[in-house]
Design a protein around this ligand. Structure first.
Ligand code: 5AD
Ligand code: SF4
Length: 476
């Protein structure tokens, strides 16, 4: 099996659009292999899926390369969540076209949500693309390649009610060797009115508990010290053990993963405010290695807008969940997703969102202006009536508000000592390590010779910006 290369992969829940397009690499290759080059866009789930695709390809005589020009197969794992994400993919395809014109044998495959959304239309629009494959059809990639080699451009966008790729051991791509994703479920049944995901990723289904535990154990045995359990809505994880007929909830799953080893940190994403249970909160509180960090997308602070968004909770419900987190897990960091400029949003409702952000004191938020997506409930039912300029201005306002909140949040950490899991060298200096505390905050500190990535260390915080904490090692 292919090994990891020590390149840092994005850790964020919804990978920031500006940072997307990570090129994946692995460091072992067989000289007889063909080579694939893969770029991924969108959420952590897409990055995780690319590791499944890499596994399928490595079993079919391919190894990864970062050199696009020498690759035999170029893959792009796409995101449809906002129009901007799709625009970026189209731009990349123009570059791939050039490579293919220079070397016509190169295959181009489009994966992921945009493939699912556009289906055969993609082949009509993109003349140099050889195959289009949706998120539930990755096992079919080898045969799609064969068809393309025989001159037949093809599409497989069948969605499945069962596929979880449970038996496929992902090939860790661009890994730092310390932190890894584990997909625990696929699809989404929620139907938030703005969201294209239920259409591109299909119905919700949960993966076999035992395959999740053995993936976590395998990562731990290979030196990994943190896993992030991934799903569109992890709180609705539900799997029934066929031997005992017992239902396994997300709280049960979290506990089982935490028990793999106390040195293995456990994170998860994404929670839904309507579904996150006190059982889950008590499980986090009970195990030191389950990180005190919850990503709980609010989307809006206005009950009326939440209703239009079909989020099925009110502002008050959301606040009660935040109160429960603070009560059961004191000091827990909470982050959120916010959409601004949703259909009919008034200035007063925008202000309600700002007030909620300040009230909740989010450590971090991922902020977007509303982008109408074809086929969604909102596209069919509501007019996208907030002018672009207003959306942009509201977005700038919530960005500025969050900067202040994050800075205050981080300033409160000065003088505290945290256990940090070392992930590697800091971006700015090879003399510094970077790592995260349980709250998911990035901490930079001067290196010590006898420590390496994967080690835990106590760091006293001496300085903070809105994005990073700085400190030094204590009690080594
Ligand atoms: N426009 C803007 N943001 C969106 N998101 C989902 N759909 C849209 C859309 N149409 C955001 C939500 C979600 C995150 C992953 O992306 O905030 O939580
Ligand atoms: Fe989209 Fe809502 Fe499902 Fe998240 S929970 S993927 S926002 S439909």
């Amino acid at each position: 099996m292919l090994e990891n290369k020590g390149i840092f992969a994005p850790h964020a829940k919804q990978v920031d659009e500006a940072k997307q397009g990570e090129v994946f690499t692995c460091d072992t290759s067989n000289p007889t292999d063909k080579h694939f080059y893969i770029e991924s866009y969108g959420c952590a789930m897409n990055f995780s899926d690319s590791e499944i695709v890499a596994s399928i390809l490595s079993n079919n005589g391919y190894s990864a390369t970062t050199d696009i020009e020498s690759s035999d197969l170029i893959l792009i794992n796409t995101c449809s969540i906002r129009e901007k994400a799709e625009d970026k993919v189209r731009k990349r395809l123009r570059i791939f076209d050039k490579v293919k014109r220079a070397k016509p044998d190169t295959m181009i495959g489009v994966l992921g949500c945009m493939a699912e959304r556009l289906k055969t239309k993609f082949l009509e629009e993109e003349k140099l693309v050889d195959f289009v494959v949706g998120p539930d059809a990755y096992r079919d990639i080898p045969s799609l390649i064969t068809s393309a080699e025989e001159g037949e451009r093809s599409v497989n966008v069948l969605l499945s009610r069962e596929e979880t790729y449970a038996d496929i051991a992902p090939v860790r791509l661009n890994s730092n060797g310390v932190t890894g994703y584990i997909s625990i479920m696929r699809g989404c049944d929620n139907m938030c009115s703005f969201c294209v995901v239920p259409f591109t990723r299909g119905r919700e289904r949960s993966r076999d508990l035992f395959s999740i535990i053995s993936e976590a154990q395998d990562l731990f045995d290979r030196g990994y010290r943190e896993v992030t359990l991934l799903g569109q809505n992890v709180d609705s994880y539900k799997w029934s053990n066929p031997e005992t007929n017992k239902a396994v909830t997300f709280a049960n799953l979290l506990e089982q993963v935490a028990l793999v080893n106390p040195l293995l940190r456990v994170r998860f994403s994404t929670s839904h405010p309507k579904d996150i249970t006190n059982d889950v909160l008590h499980t986090i509180a009970k195990y030191k290695n389950i990180c005190d960090y919850i990503h709980l997308p609010a989307q809006s602070g206005s009950t009326r807008i939440l209703e239009l968004m079909n989020r099925t909770y009110t502002r008050e419900w959301y606040q009660e969940r935040i109160n429960a987190i603070n009560r059961i897990i004191p000091g827990c960091a909470i982050s959120s997703d916010i959409i601004t400029g949703f259909c009919t949003e008034t200035e007063a409702e925008h202000q309600e969102t700002i007030d909620l952000m300040k009230w909740a004191k989010f450590s971090l938020t991922y902020k977007f202006y509303y982008s109408e997506r074809p086929g969604t409930l909102a596209e069919r039912k509501y007019e996208d009536d907030i002018p672009y300029e207003v959306k942009k201005r509201r977005l700038a306002e919530i960005v500025a508000v969050q900067l202040e909140i994050s800075k205050e949040h981080n300033d409160r950490d000065i003088g505290k000592t945290f256990e940090v899991l070392i992930e590697g060298d800091s971006k700015k200096s090879k003399d510094d390590f970077k790592g995260k505390n349980s709250h998911g905050k990035l901490i930079v500190f001067p290196k010590s010779q006898n420590l390496s990535p994967g080690d835990y260390v106590q760091v006293l915080i001496t300085d903070a910006t809105s994005a990073t904490l700085k400190g030094h090692i204590v009690n080594e």
